[in-house]
Design a protein around this ligand. Structure first.
Ligand code: FES
Length: 199
């Protein structure tokens, strides 16, 4: 069975919280990790995790845990992909030039920020203060979003917004795009997160 579980984008990741809450989270995590089985300990320490994306339908998102962080995998629709070019002028770093060594591996330094255009992989942690944004894939006017919203992610902590490639919009608290972790395809439907086979 895969490490992954399809959550349809509805589940909020609560491991990471803003401000003082994050400190308490670290304190209680230590005894938990020490009680894990060896394979679980290896995962928590940073071992790559596999994600079976065979059940992921267009427009859906699933979450896997890697290094204690949520990693999102989104199968974007053609309509969602079409928004990426249009939004370039509204984004702070549309071509993923900031901190590329940390945020965007070479094989994701393209418009969709991905190996396969339709499959987007990113760490679901805001580059401002570490909250986990929520998916806002439905376009159109809605609370906390502009009227011309095309779909993407909203960080509820301080209002940073990201497009469907995790690129942050201009003039938001978050300084950077969401991180694309190293990853590779083991088959058409099996991803390995945390290892891209490169040095
Ligand atoms: S943590 Fe402040 S906007 Fe995301």
């Amino acid at each position: 069975m895969s490490d992954a579980a399809v959550d349809k984008g509805r589940r909020n990741w609560i491991a990471i919280t803003c401000g003082a809450g994050a400190v308490g989270g670290v304190a209680v995590a230590v005894p938990f990790v020490s009680s894990l089985a060896p394979s679980e300990r290896a995962k928590a320490a940073g071992a790559p995790v596999q994600a079976d994306i065979s059940a992921l339908k267009p427009g859906e998102m699933m979450t896997v845990e890697w290094r204690g962080k949520p990693v999102w995998i989104v199968r974007r629709t053609e309509a969602q992909l079409a928004t990426l070019k249009q939004l370039e002028g509204q984004l702070a770093d549309p071509f993923s030039k900031r901190n590329p060594g940390e945020l965007t591996p070479a094989y994701a330094r393209n418009v969709p920020r991905s190996i396969k255009p339709e499959v987007f992989v990113c760490v679901g942690i805001c580059s401002h203060l570490g909250c986990s944004p929520t998916e806002k894939f439905t376009p159109g006017p809605q609370p906390s979003l502009p009227n011309d919203w095309e779909g993407g992610f909203l960080c509820p902590c301080h209002g940073s917004t990201f497009d469907m490639a995790g690129r942050v919009f201009k003039n938001k608290p978050a300084p950077d795009n969401l991180e694309v972790p190293r990853h590779q395809y083991l088959s058409d439907t099996l991803l390995l997160i945390g290892d891209d086979g490169k040095a």
